[in-house]
Design a protein around this ligand. Structure first.
Ligand SMILES: [Zn+2]
Ligand SMILES: [Zn+2]
Length: 380
């Protein structure tokens, strides 16, 4: 993945003080420091962050797997409340509860006009001017266009989608990345139909959201694959019909679960290269492999091109579940409201911003589905 922003001082703008967890280099711990957040300009909004999930993409940046300019504030799966709207911004209004995502779309470029928000080519002020500066006035990168491991963010209005007051912020945050991506990969990218056979490889937050998306779509069977028993148990709770140890003969297990047919859709949500390599073997003729997890920069894999043609299979990339936040977030809220989408059950633990190191460690251990930091307090 390319660097997500070119930091530069937002000239001429006043700002507010924020507390933010800053990463100063690959492998460095996240340190909570005082920064300045520029006031929102036209089409931008400031959001007080109430909750932000720790996503594996944050950890990839912390570990140096993707290029980024340090220092950087990460965090891109957030919910909070709009506190200021820049001039002439349509959309969210002050006081509104919103989900914040990294999908920034201009609404005018060719991709946006075709509904492909994730491929927007528009260039906005925030792309070239990070709103964050350190006490010496030096720029700090707004990681993944968001920088939500902080009291507040300034983002483009397209990155905010209003959500109902009774949706807890810790649950709403997951709609900003993990759930948007996992469910979107099933419904937007793969377009899974009722009765189709789905395999989900990797049962982290995105994978378990994909399992829920497959259940909502009426897929059957839904085979979840993960090396960790707690993740396999979670997958069964969230709607998988079968759970398979990644270290067992997965092809044989999928064959058995599908009556010998193999899968119509194989979604790989883990960035582990080994998981990608064998995933095409799980797909039936006419089947589709959907790559959702994003490995470190430069990772490649091989496949038999002749077999792909003869089997009439497809390989699709899925960035953020090919989602359009303004359309997909309200749909996800509807599923949550109807009891079809379990968000609360995906939040394993909640931490204050100062406890972010513990939240990160818990995610790395594999014990958690999602850990969430609450810069505005730990109220759920
Ligand atoms: Zn993410
Ligand atoms: Zn655009």
């Amino acid at each position: 993945m390319a660097a997500t922003s070119v930091p530069a001082v937002s000239e001429g703008r006043r700002g507010t003080a924020v507390r933010a967890a800053v990463c100063h280099g690959p492998g460095a711990p996240l340190l909570v420091e005082d920064l300045t957040l520029a006031d929102p300009g036209p089409d931008e909004v400031r959001v007080a962050i109430e909750a932000c999930g720790i996503c594996h993409s944050d950890l990839t940046y912390v570990d140096g797997g993707w290029a980024v300019d340090y220092p950087v504030v990460l965090g891109h799966e957030a919910a909070g409340r709009v506190t200021e709207v820049g001039g002439k911004a349509d959309g969210p209004v002050v006081g509104e509860k919103v989900v914040v995502s990294l999908i920034r779309s201009c609404g005018q470029c060719r991709a946006c006009r075709r509904g492909h928000d994730v491929a927007c080519t528009g260039r906005m002020h925030l792309h070239d001017h990070s709103p964050l500066t350190d006490p010496a006035g030096n720029p700090v990168t707004q990681g993944l266009y968001t920088g939500a491991f902080a009291d507040a963010v300034v983002v483009h209005r397209s990155q905010c989608v209003p959500v109902p007051e009774d949706l807890p912020s810790t649950s709403a945050a997951l709609l900003g990345c993990g759930v948007l991506t996992g469910v979107g990969a099933v419904t937007n990218t793969a377009r899974v139909d009722a009765g189709e056979a789905v395999v989900v490889v990797g049962c982290g937050g995105v994978g378990l959201a994909a399992v829920q998306g497959a259940r909502i779509a009426g897929a059957d069977p839904i085979v979840a694959v993960d090396p960790l028993p707690n993740k396999r148990d979670a997958a069964l709770r969230f709607g998988a019909t079968h759970a398979v140890d990644a270290d067992d003969d997965v092809t044989e297990a999928v064959r058995a679960a599908t009556g010998g047919q193999l899968a119509d859709h194989v979604l790989v949500t883990t960035p582990a290269p080994a998981a990608m390599a064998g995933a095409l073997d799980l797909a039936a003729p006419m089947g589709t492999l959907i790559l959702v997890g994003i490995p470190d920069d430069g990772v490649t894999t091989e496949f038999d091109t002749g077999l792909l043609a003869v089997r009439n299979q497809s390989i699709l990339g899925s960035k953020m579940g090919t989602s359009r936040p303004a359309v997909d977030v309200p749909l996800l809220v509807e599923h949550w409201r109807a009891g079809r989408l379990d968000l609360d059950g995906m939040v394993t633990s909640v931490h204050p911003l100062e406890g972010i190191a513990g939240a990160v460690a818990e995610m790395r251990s594999g014990a958690a589905i999602r850990t969430v930091v609450c810069p505005g307090g730990t109220e759920r």
